[in-house]
Ligand binder design. Structure first.
Ligand code: 5GP
Ligand code: ZN
Length: 110
């Protein structure tokens, strides 16, 4: 399995873990774009939001609630969530992940 995030799940590649349960893992992005920048992934390999369907509804809901929980645990009072989907949507690692980031004083308006 060449997937870099599966390798992180299997501890073949080290990561700075901030949360783990049976279904999900969260760790710090290696190239942070903000003071706090966490990636949340399901442990099972799912390629992208583009390949999700109704079967993944519960997992996606859990990931969103986890984003809020982890952001608050990291001391963020506000945060952003980003899900790059597909190469044309900026996705570089094809194992679904939610970016959760924040903490900078000046917020870029998008
Ligand atoms: P994407 O562009 O696919 O939405 O985001 C992939 C993210 O994964 C990037 O922000 C990148 O910095 C991060 N990343 C890529 N490889 C690694 C790695 O080996 N370890 C960690 N912690 N983050 C990684
Ligand atoms: Zn994977």
């Amino acid at each position: 399995m060449a997937c870099i995030f599966c390798k992180i799940v299997n501890k073949e590649i080290p990561s700075t873990k901030v949360y783990e349960d049976d279904e999900f893992l969260a760790f710090r992005d290696i190239n942070p774009i903000d003071k706090v920048h966490i990636l949340i992934i399901p442990k099972s390999h799912i390629e992208s939001l583009l390949t999700c369907d109704k079967e993944n509804q519960s997992m996606l809901g859990k990931m969103l609630l986890l984003a809020s929980k982890i952001a608050q645990e990291q001391g963020l009072v506000g945060f952003r969530t980003m899900i790059n989907s597909g190469a044309e949507g900026g996705q570089e690692v094809f194992h679904i992940h939610f970016h959760v980031y924040g903490g900078s004083e000046k917020l870029a308006k998008i």
